[in-house]
Design a protein around this ligand. Structure first.
Ligand SMILES: *Cc1c(COP(=O)(O)O)cnc(C)c1O
Length: 208
């Protein structure tokens, strides 16, 4: 049903269906649910806590890809760098440096997104837009992390249309930062179950 919604939103906005990927969020679900979804063809899974993921991932099929979407403390960066393929929630230069170092030690390369607090809500993690260019420049110099784009979580709201200005702002800022830094920043992780259509219309490449 979610894939049908995604396909309809892609068709409406003139985007190819394969330009948006579905990240199935498996937090609070056990390995048997991941296994069932994987058997049905789902490949990308999202977790928001390192500890929960560390217990779950070894019990899941080896071919699936793991994305960290929750806030990450630097003291868990070593574990995260071994467990995850992507981290969507990089929100400081210090964390990015820690991920780079631990990914290097583990002989891996991590794909990362910089989380941006577009709304400025104090309860939300993510960098203020003014802080983003310095972190992008840092990421550009680090060998074991590849900054692939940006992530945001808009304020909670009943009406998905209320999220549109935040999704649009992330895309517009991305266009500016990509031009400034030379990074492609092609990935936009935005949109959840209730507002994924609006996110796709505004350019999401991952919906969660
Ligand atoms: C839990 C979570 C989601 C999925 O939320 P739904 O409301 O189930 O769609 C998406 N993104 C993040 C960052 C989450 O923590």
């Amino acid at each position: 049903a979610v894939r049908r919604r995604m396909a309809a939103a892609c068709a409406r906005s003139g985007r190819p269906a394969e330009s948006v990927r579905l990240l199935a969020v498996s937090k609070t679900y056990g390995p048997e649910a991941v296994r069932a979804a994987a058997e049905a063809g789902q490949v990308l899974f999202g977790e928001n806590r390192v500890q929960e993921a560390a217990a779950k991932i070894p019990e899941c099929p080896g071919h699936v890809q793991w994305h960290l979407i929750g806030h990450l403390q630097s003291n868990k960066a070593a574990q995260a760098a071994r467990l995850f393929d992507w981290v969507h929630s990089v929100d400081s230069g210090k964390l990015l440096e820690a991920l780079d170092r631990h990914a290097g030690e583990a002989g891996r390369r991590l794909e990362v997104l910089v989380q941006v607090n577009v709304s400025g809500e104090r309860s939300k993690s993510g960098l203020a837009p003014a802080e983003v260019p310095a972190v992008l420049a840092l990421g550009n110099r680090l060998p074991h992390v590849q900054i692939r784009g940006l992530m945001t979580i808009p304020p909670l709201g009943e009406d998905p249309e209320n999220a549109r200005p935040y999704f649009r702002e992330l895309r517009e800022r991305r266009d500016g930062w990509a031009a400034e830094t030379g990074l492609e920043l092609e990935e936009l992780s935005m949109g959840m179950t209730h507002d994924l259509e609006v996110a796709i219309e505004e350019g999401a490449t991952f919906v969660r």
